[in-house]
Design a protein around this ligand. Sequence first.
Ligand SMILES: NC(=O)c1ccc[n+]([C@@H]2O[C@H](COP(=O)([O-])OP(=O)(O)OC[C@H]3O[C@@H](n4cnc5c(N)ncnc54)[C@H](OP(=O)(O)O)[C@@H]3O)[C@@H](O)[C@H]2O)c1
Length: 283
Amino acid sequence: MLKESRITFIGGGTMAEAMIRGLLDQDAIAPDRIVVADPSDDRRHALANGYGVGVTPNNGEAASAGDIIVLAVKPQSLAGVLADLQGRVAEQNLIVSIVAGAPLARIATGTGHKAIVRSMPNTPAQIRRGITVWTATPEVTSDQIKQAQAILQSLGEDVHVDREAFLDMATALSGSGPGYVFLFMEAMVDAGVHMGFPRRVAEKLVFETIRGSVEYAEESGKHVAELRNQVTSPGGTTAAALYRMEKGGLRTVISRGIWAAYERSVAFGAQEQGVKDDGSSDG
Ligand SMILES: NC(=O)c1ccc[n+]([C@@H]2O[C@H](COP(=O)([O-])OP(=O)(O)OC[C@H]3O[C@@H](n4cnc5c(N)ncnc54)[C@H](OP(=O)(O)O)[C@@H]3O)[C@@H](O)[C@H]2O)c1
C-alpha cells in the first residue's frame, strides 16, 4: 500500500519517530522513501542515524518531495509550518495531520490544499498500542484513505469517523484518556501502599488487575455493569468500596472531567478557526 509512496514528516519529534518506527518494523515502506523536516540538528542526526531516513531543515522542500505529508508538530508551531507549505503540496498528494486541535479548514486554508486527513492519536502509540480517531475531507481518494490508515496503524488501532465534530469528542475520551487512567492507577497504587504493600508489589497488583479486567471485559463481550455486579457480593468488600466511591461522586466526577476536556477542545478549535495563516488572530 505504501511501498511506492514517498512520505514526508514535518516535525521529527516523539510521535513522528513512533510512526517511523512502526512503519519500518512492519516493513511497510523503505527508509529511503521517508524524509523528515525538523529544525533541530540533533533530531535530524538522531533520525537519520537511527532509521536511515532522509532529513532536512527545509519544510517546503520536504513537502514538495512527498506524496503524503504528515504534519507532526506541536500546535504552537503550526502557523509557521502552514506558511512554509503554502503552494508546496501538489494537488494529487495527501496531507495527514496528527496536530491536536487543528481543524481541517485551518489546514486547508493555510496550505491551499484540500485532500486532508485529520487524526487524534494517543500516548500508547509509543508502543503501537494507541487508538487513533480520524476523518477525511471529501477530496481524499479511496486509495489515499488506505494509505492514511496504513500510516496511522503504525501507532496501533484506528477508528474512522465521518464528522469532524467527533475529533473533539475523541480528544476528550481517548486522546486525554491515558491521563485519567494513569491518575486512577496512581490512586490505587497509593491506596495499596497506604495499607502496607511495598510500592513495587502494589504496582504489580494494580497493573495486572487493570490489564486483566480490560481483556476479560473484551473477551466476555458482557456489559461492564454486569461484570461489576458479578464481583459485588451482597454486604461484601467490593460493595463497601463501590458504595464509598459512588457516594464520593466518582462517576459524576469522571463524566464532568471528560466533558470539561471536550469543551476545552471545542474552544481550542474555535480559537484556531480564527487564527490567520500568519499566526495572528481575528480576536
Ligand atoms: N505525544 C502524544 O502522545 C500525542 C497524542 C496525540 C496527539 N499528539 C500531537 O502530535 C503532535 C506532535 O507531538 P509530539 O509529542 O511528537 O511533539 P514533539 O515531540 O515536540 O515533536 C514536534 C517536533 O517538531 C519540531 N518542530 C518545531 N517547529 C517546527 C517547524 N516549524 N517545522 C518543523 N518541525 C518543527 C520540534 O522541534 P523542537 O523540539 O526543536 O521545537 C519537534 O522535534 C502534536 O501536535 C500533538 O498535539 C501527540
